[in-house]
Design a protein around this ligand. Structure first.
Ligand code: FAD
Ligand code: SF4
Ligand code: SF4
Length: 397
């Protein structure tokens, strides 16, 4: 049985432990700390006390049996206005594989308003269960309220693994949840596997600027949480004949939020969304001048694609950050990726190397981009791209 107590001889009433407790479970009166009944035994106050006055003992056997009570793989069904983001379906594909390997169920969590159609789509995408929290106050994403609802669901159902997209929403939600429930989180995973002996999740992600791959485990806490960037995993073919349980969850809807989302304003883009695009025409420093991006926009429009860029072009303020592909930009996996005047630095490759076909245009025949290119054109981008535009125009009529 786990236990926490204040060692009265050591406590000097300094109050350092009070702000360390996220649950307001410590009060200090008459120079003596007291642990309140709402303490969840998370242990965060222990290192905050400089006088070793807090003693927390956890029974290993208790912890182990508690870990064993967690079961199943969960995927967060990210949606906007009831429309599912692709990354949720991609994670269902990966989650299905992991759940089958563990011999457990795959469940999705949908939070929002009027998300019934999205729930059916998640069953078609591989979920055995979809836990739905449908409420008007959850219509717009708010990391505070969504995290609160998600934590309630985790505490009720106890999943073993929770996967979320490393999207703007997922990156803000996942750490809030993991810190509330005192478990680990591995961000930006590129590979997920089950350890065949220990049956725990092995979460692999690039480290040290992409120069090595680190495999991270979370052996002592549950659930094991990971975020994965869009387009890294493959969705299953949707099968609308699949059956699954769609469960309307009864949770306490959070009130008095510290942040109120008043409105959501979408960025206007002339072409399609970069992460969803089948064709991407990307430009780098080799374009030489911001106005030369107009050529790339023309080629992208012609092919129904989107314009991407290297970080060098973004840093030079030739194009906005929302177009940046790579380690600190977006991860994309289009059918065709044109790299125009991009050298192929490892941080750029981290965001686009899973593209089906890569066409590189570079005047330097030794540029690293040619090592991963499907087709390489050695030449001046300002001559090659206009030729391509002319040729595509002629062929596409
Ligand atoms: C922590 C960290 C994170 C990073 N994250 C990212 C990221 O997310 N995305 C990213 O892209 N980078 C990222 N970088 C930067 C990355 O290391 C490179 O500096 C960057 O990708 C280089 O951009 P570039 O290829 O456009 O420019 P350069 O490396 O300068 O390459 C320009 C290329 O254009 C060619 N060229 C020049 N003129 C012409 C011409 N007329 N016709 C054809 N070819 C021509 C040159 O031969 C050269 O190969 C990151 C770096 C760090 C340290
Ligand atoms: S930080 Fe330690 S010494 Fe200070 S009030 Fe808390 S328990 Fe007592
Ligand atoms: S163990 Fe956690 S919940 Fe309990 S008093 Fe310490 S910080 Fe607060």
């Amino acid at each position: 049985m786990a236990e926490i107590r204040i060692i009265e001889d050591k406590c000097v009433g300094c109050k350092l432990c009070v702000p360390a407790c996220p649950y307001d479970a410590i009060k200090v009166e008459n120079k003596m700390a007291e642990i309140l009944p709402n303490c969840v035994l998370c242990g965060l106050c222990v290192p905050a006390c400089k006088f070793d006055a807090i003693d927390l003992t956890k029974d290993d056997a208790d912890e182990k049996s508690d870990l064993d009570s967690y079961t199943g793989v969960w995927v967060f069904g990210e949606q906007k206005g009831g429309i599912l983001a692709g990354v949720g379906l991609e994670l269902l594909g990966e989650g299905r594989r992991l759940a089958d390997e563990l011999g457990e169920e795959l469940s999705a969590v949908l939070i929002g308003e009027n998300v019934g159609d999205a729930a059916k789509q998640m069953v078609a995408g591989g979920a055995d269960n979809v836990y739905v929290v449908d409420h008007e106050s959850l219509k717009l994403f708010n990391d505070e309220s969504y995290a609160d609802v998600f934590v309630q669901l985790i505490q009720k159902h106890k999943p073993e693994i929770v996967l979320m997209g490393a999207s703007t929403y997922g990156r803000s939600l996942a750490p809030r949840i993991s810190s509330r429930i005192n478990t680990g989180l591995t961000a930006d995973c590129t590979k997920l596997e089950i350890d065949p002996e220990k049956k725990i999740l092995m979460q692999t992600r690039p480290a040290f600027g992409g120069n090595l791959m680190a495999t991270i485990i979370c052996p002592n806490h549950r659930p094991q949480m990971s975020t994965v960037r869009p387009k890294v995993m493959k969705p299953l073919e949707p099968d609308f004949s699949r059956t699954g349980n769609i469960v309307a969850e009864d949770v306490t809807i959070p009130q008095n939020l510290s942040v109120k989302v008043v409105d959501v304003v979408s960025e206007l883009t002339e072409t399609v969304n970069l992460t969803e695009a089948d064709i991407i025409v990307s430009g780098g420093r080799g374009l030489g001048d911001p106005k030369n991006f107009e050529l790339l926009h023309e080629l992208a429009m012609l092919l129904g694609g989107a314009v991407g860029s290297s970080r060098a072009a973004v840093d030079a303020e030739w194009i906005s950050y929302s177009h940046q592909v790579g380690q600190t930009g977006k991860t994309v996996g289009p059918k065709v990726y044109f790299a125009c005047g991009i050298s192929g630095a490892i941080q750029h490759l981290a965001g686009m190397s899973s593209s089906d076909t890569i066409i590189a245009i570079n005047k330097n025949p030794d540029a690293p981009i040619f090592k991963i290119a499907t087709f390489g054109i050695v030449g001046d981008v300002l001559q090659v791209v206009p030729e391509l535009i002319k040729e595509f125009k002629a062929r596409l009529g």
